[in-house]
Design a protein around this ligand. Structure first.
Ligand SMILES: [Zn+2]
Length: 117
């Protein structure tokens, strides 16, 4: 089995994916700082760690892994992880339940998120 075969489907631009996430991370950080100043770093780190499944978790709306991004005309994975669902109390209750395997993180394509919210 070749490792690189499972990393990147053809036509996916790592550059564009990274740019999307960088822009989004700045917005998420502002949100965490504004809403949960005491636990913002903790929440941000949890949010970032949800990107481990970037190329394996399908979109919560259309159930596909890759979708055409209208802005860039590229196939992109679900780059949006709703950061407002990463509240500290929620993370804490997950830990206390020792339920770390039940990953309830949602992922959305850029297009799917704007339709949903
Ligand atoms: Zn989607």
């Amino acid at each position: 089995m070749r490792a690189e075969a499972m990393c990147m489907p053809r036509g996916v631009s790592v550059h564009h994916v990274n740019r999307h996430i960088t822009d989004y991370a700045a917005i998420a950080l502002q949100y965490f700082l504004g809403n949960q100043p005491e636990t913002s770093l903790y929440s941000l780190l949890h949010w970032i760690s949800s990107y481990q499944t970037l190329f394996s978790r399908p979109c919560s709306k259309c159930s596909k892994l890759l979708a055409m991004d209208k802005q860039t005309n590229l196939l992109l994975p679900p780059v949006h992880r709703p950061y407002w669902k990463f509240s500290f109390s929620k993370i804490l209750s997950n830990i206390s339940l020792k339920d770390q395997n039940s990953d309830t993180t949602q992922a959305y394509h850029t297009g799917c998120l704007t339709e949903e919210v």
